[in-house]
Design a protein around this ligand. Structure first.
Ligand SMILES: [Zn+2]
Length: 84
């Protein structure tokens, strides 16, 4: 009895993630890779976008953006800043 309970507790709990487009469960391997929003069919295959935010001559920060909307927003900000 006790052994049974122990074995049960040792079983890894799968955290299910669902596609935001079709609500289908996202494959575990895909979730591990960081794709927790969409299934394979609905992935927009958005690539990592890196921004270098220059705060000074030496100080700079590299921001990696994974979210498409955030990337587009940041790009707009950079364009606006560059125009002034
Ligand atoms: Zn989907």
């Amino acid at each position: 009895m006790l052994k049974k309970i122990k074995l049960h507790l040792l079983t890894p709990i799968k955290i299910m993630k669902y596609c935001k487009v079709c609500n289908k469960p996202i494959h575990e391997r895909r979730v591990k890779l960081g794709y927790t929003d969409t299934c394979v069919d609905h992935s927009d295959a958005f690539k990592y976008v890196g921004f270098v935010a220059g705060a000074g001559k030496v100080d700079y920060q590299v921001t990696v953006v994974r979210n498409k909307e955030t990337a587009e927003h940041m790009q707009k900000l950079l364009v606006t800043r560059g125009a002034s």
